[in-house]
Design a protein. Structure first.
Length: 392
């Protein structure tokens, strides 16, 4: 494609439209927001054009003399011969011409325009797919309108903190509500449980407050106070939390701290890592005839985890302690073949799924990578169980 997409300064430049019908009207509507020096010439001009103010209308046949001192001309008649003549005259006089009936012969193309408060975007189609171009233009315009509405409405959210569940890691699993708030936020506090590059599309200031085992950039008490001070300054604050804020996410602690100090807080739920792990690893947490109950626990510290009395048990975090948990299952009389599913980096491109049992875990023969979601229960092998039932 040889057409260079540029913006042209038409201030105090004369623009001419040759033609007075629907095509000319459409061109007029596209350029009138950018110029106050527009002339339209045609023997017959439609009423919609005639009623347009701040333009010059000449009811006359086209002549070459009308191109004098013209910067751009649009050939918009229903006559191929006249449009061809306008283009020929324009080339002789060094005037840029857009011929609507033969775009490939034009000196320039009129772009589809998308506008926002501070952005004007022009879009063209390489293969002149007009229908596709219009659809894409409308999609972009809707996007800009939506973003501008969000920014207009953020004033009422000043001084408020939103605890937003980001989900297990993939930006695709963030809720629409969470995405809207991220776009509105003045400050975004995030941790290790998500890829920070996923935040590049949001205008707010990004502040890292990650907490990894033996490597805390901020203690929880510090995070509480940072959120408070930010909201106190009148910022609209989003605190991103991996998974769901209220499942091992300390969301209730942060909410209590802030509300005790007069800060309004709202919690936006997210897809918990356990739910995502089950879906992505094809390990149902419940299954008719195999499991009718599920329990969630943490394997983060040896003093906090315990054997969960449930058909299916899910343990968050604590990759270093999974072996000890497996031993506890053996000590409690579970079969050494009791299934376990390990899901590393849930929902991310590098996700890994390992299906094993408590004997192999207890023996230390399984490579356990962090972060991990561990699922203990017969549903890990539900497919083989179902096949056996069919065979029987």
């Amino acid at each position: 494609m040889s057409y260079l997409p540029i913006s042209i300064n038409v201030k105090n430049k004369n623009l001419l439209i040759v033609g007075g019908g629907k095509v000319a009207l459409k061109k007029l509507q596209g350029i009138i927001p950018f110029s106050s020096k527009i002339t339209i010439i045609a023997p017959s001009i439609c009423q919609e054009i005639v009623s347009t103010t701040e333009i010059v209308i000449l009811e006359d046949i086209y002549r070459k003399k009308y191109l004098k001192d013209v910067f751009l001309v649009y050939a918009c008649t229903n006559s191929e011969d006249i449009n061809k003549q306008v283009l020929k005259d324009a080339e002789e006089l060094g005037v840029l011409c857009n011929r609507t009936d033969k775009a490939e012969e034009s000196h320039f193309h009129s772009l589809a325009i998308v506008r926002s408060n501070n952005i004007i975007m022009g879009i063209n189609s390489i293969n002149k797919d007009c229908k596709g171009l219009v659809a894409f233009k409308n999609e972009l315009q809707s996007f800009f309108n939506h973003k501008e509405e969000l920014l207009r409405n953020k004033e009422q959210q000043k001084g408020k903190v939103y605890l937003v569940g980001f989900g297990p890691g993939s930006p695709d699993l963030l809720t629409k509500r969470g995405e809207k708030l991220l776009y509105q936020a003045d400050e975004i506090f995030y941790d290790d449980l998500l890829d920070s590059s996923a935040l590049n599309g949001y205008p707010g200031q990004k502040i890292y407050v990650g907490k990894r085992r033996d490597n805390h950039s901020k203690q929880q008490s510090e995070i509480n106070e940072i959120l408070f001070q930010s909201a106190k300054k009148g910022n609209m604050v989003v605190r991103l939390k991996g998974g769901d804020p209220l499942i091992f996410g300390r969301g209730s602690e942060e909410r209590f701290y802030l509300e005790e100090r007069g800060i309004s807080v709202e919690i936006i739920p997210g897809i918990s890592s356990a739910i995502a792990a089950a879906s992505y690893a094809n390990i149902p947490l419940t299954h008719r005839g195999i499991s009718s109950s599920v329990a969630f626990g943490t394997a983060h510290g040896k003093n906090s985890y315990k054997i969960l009395e449930s058909d299916t048990s899910v343990y968050y975090m604590g990759a270093k302690n999974i072996v000890e948990i497996a031993k506890k299952y053996l000590d409690k009389g579970y079969s050494p073949d009791y299934p376990v599913g390990l899901v590393h980096n849930v929902s991310m491109p590098e996700q890994e799924v390992v299906k094993t049992n408590i004997r192999e875990l207890a023996n230390g023969t399984v490579d356990i990578k962090s972060p991990v979601i561990s699922i203990f229960g017969n549903t890990v092998n539900y497919q083989s169980i179902m096949k056996k039932k069919i065979e029987d």
